[in-house]
Design a protein around this ligand. Structure first.
Ligand code: PLP
Length: 601
């Protein structure tokens, strides 16, 4: 571990400290030891996260010390640089944002540039260069020894990296690149083709064929809700691989569950292969038996109701209310009473969906369930990060209010473990039972002994590590999705015939997908025509969920109401809602949307 000293504790030095901290956080082979400055008194009124150490002239140079000279005045910079150089110091450079270096440029040591630099072809970079975040080094450049090419940097084909060069995570390395001794290329780096040569001691850790570095789908297409990778996922995967805990289970699973509990305030969480599996187990541990009836929100994805059939029970569908698009409490009461009249007993359970991340009205719904002994299971697949403002109980977390709740980490959800789900409950016995069933229901015996039908539903430890990395982004993911909804609403909400999914006072949803309805007469184009217009520009938009009571699979199931979700389905549209959408994407979508109805864009 080298110690980095930033020479100059003024404004520039502090800024360089910020960029250098980003590098340190990702690269970890040096730590920022502190500032060197001839005027330590300048620091006293401006506290910094690292201390003033010494004056550059008197600082005892150690073997592990490296320097960035961050002094604005060129004459003083040269003077201090020479002073340190003559004493045998090693320098690192920092490459500045927006800087573009022309073809064939040569750089010596001690130059400070920063994030987003572009270094043109055939450049020669001196020893100890720091190329910051998202820098581009074009083909056939030469990068000197001890340099650092930071996260998301792009190194063109035929480049030569000197000895001990450190390449940051998610950098992209072109074909025929030659690397010197001891060069380290970390996981999640995109190496376009074989390295022409890698010197002794070089480490090429994994992921050598990672073709597209970030959010690795077709970059020309705008997806409905693609995965959003931040960059910490690669390190998390690398760490779990290095730990050896690929299987069975492993510590990342427990950590993921605990962090999930902390985040949602729930007592027990069991990480599973999917939310569908979680709903299946929820019904089993709730004691739903073949022949039982289970109530279910009709306006949802098939995965809310399929597990009801998987346990041999029959779904009874309940329509939405207009104010939230979620299960209508008045119809719930009607349904419970209706089924008691028809069958002599209340339905065993309710699968309550928080659709598009909007909380259903939990106060009256949970009260009705309690009164009639209906077990409340919440399908919060789309609602991780939502809030329910209870009239009596303050703010609650949808998914944690019923007897059991379920969440999804499928690739299109708010955060993803590539695939996965979570079952949560306040009841330790239910959690233990779910874990038992999820891991093949093996009885406690030295041999394989089974007296219960079990399942293989446990999330892999590797995916749990991915889930943990993604979980840290949750608040920002929800904020981004809500901001996207607001942008659409601002851009389209005043057009004739356009109505956005309402948000009642009790709900602060995730806006997992931005949904609206299109009245074809008033707007000038139907939902399907809008969809078509977007599709022809390679933009993915989709109709809202088709109500489950209309699905052929569930034909004939008892249904209460239906007109509300049918009307939403008739004209309802989901617009691209990924938290990684850019303002330019949104502009484009708004323009095409407006134009499709003949409105000026
Ligand atoms: C995605 C989704 C599911 C299923 O989640 P998986 O993790 O993909 O099994 C269930 N219910 C709803 C409402 C969903 O949106």
């Amino acid at each position: 571990m080298k110690k980095l000293y930033i020479v100059g504790a003024g404004g520039f030095g502090r800024e360089v400290f910020t960029w250098a901290s980003h590098c340190a956080a990702h690269q970890r082979d040096w730590v920022i030891a502190g500032f060197l400055d001839d005027h330590p008194e300048a620091l006293t009124d401006k506290p910094t996260p690292v201390p003033w150490i010494d004056r550059p002239g008197t600082f005892p140079l150690a073997e592990d010390a490296v320097f960035i000279v961050a002094i604005g005045n060129p004459a003083i910079r040269r003077q201090i640089h020479c002073l340190l150089r003559d004493r045998g110091a090693r320098f690192v450079n920092v490459i500045h944002p927006t800087v573009v270096l022309g073809v064939g440029v040569e750089l010596g040591c001690g130059i400070v540039l920063a994030p987003h630099a572009v270094v043109s072809a055939h450049a020669r970079l001196g020893d100890g260069t720091v190329l910051n975040l998202q820098a581009t080094v074009q083909h056939d450049a030469v990068v000197g020894p001890w340099s650092q090419v930071s996260c998301h940097a792009d190194i063109g084909g035929g480049a030569i990296l000197g000895a001990e060069v450190l390449v940051g995570t998610r950098a992209s390395v072109g074909p025929r690149v030659r690397v010197g001794d001891g060069v380290r290329i970390p996981p999640a780096t995109h190496v376009d083709a074989d390295l022409a040569s890698a010197g002794p001691g070089s480490q090429l850790s994994g992921w050598g064929q990672f073709r597209k570095p970030q959010n690795c789908m077709d970059p020309t297409r705008i997806y409905l809700s693609p995965p959003h990778l931040e960059g910490n996922e690669g390190a998390a995967l690398q760490a779990v691989l290095e730990s050896g805990w690929i299987a069975p289970a492993g510590p990342a699973l427990g950590d993921f569950e605990q962090e999930f509990c902390r985040l949602t305030g729930v007592k027990h969480a069991v990480a599973l292969t999917s939310c569908t599996a979680a709903i299946h187990l929820a019904l089993l541990v709730a004691g739903v038996q073949p022949g039982d009836e289970v109530l279910c929100s009709s306006f949802s994805f098939a995965a809310s109701a399929n597990p009801i059939r998987m346990v041999g029970a029959e779904p009874v569908f309940i329509d939405s209310e207009e104010s939230s698009w979620n299960l209508d409490p008045a119809l719930l009461e009607e349904a419970i009473e209706g089924r008691i009249r028809a069958t002599g007993r209340p339905p065993k359970a309710l699968v309550l969906v928080h659709i598009f991340g909007q909380s259903a009205d939990l106060d009256p719904i949970s009260a009705l369930c309690e009164r009639h002994g209906v077990i409340l299971i919440e399908d919060a697949a789309e609602a991780l990060g939502a809030v329910y403002h209870s009239r009596e109980r303050g703010d609650l977390v949808p998914g944690t209010i019923g007897r059991i709740g379920t969440f999804s980490f499928n690739g299109n959800k708010i955060i993803t473990s590539s695939g996965g789900g979570m079952l949560v409950t306040a009841d330790p016995d239910l959690a233990a039972r779910a874990l038992f069933l999820a891991t093949q229901a093996r009885d406690p015996a030295p041999h394989y002994q089974h007296s219960t039908l079990g399942f293989n539903y446990r999330l892999s430890n590797v995916l749990a590590a991915l889930g943990r990395a993604q979980l840290t982004h949750l608040p920002r993911r929800v904020a981004a999705r809500r901001a996207i909804f607001d942008t659409y609403q601002r851009g389209l909400g005043s057009l004739p015939g356009i109505a956005f999914m309402p948000e009642p006072a009790w709900s602060r949803g995730t806006r997992w997908l931005s949904c609206l309805t299109v009245d074809p007469q008033a707007f000038g184009a139907s939902r399907d025509q809008v969809c078509q217009a977007l599709a022809s520009e390679n933009i993915e938009a989709r109709p809202v969920w088709k109500p489950l009571h209309l699905q052929p699979l569930f034909a004939g199931c008892p249904t209460f109401g239906g007109a509300v979700s049918e009307a939403i389905f008739q004209n309802g549209l989901c617009l691209p809602s990924g938290s990684n959408l850019t303002p330019a994407h949104l502009e484009r979508i708004l323009r095409i949307f407006r134009r499709s109805g003949g409105h000026p864009s």
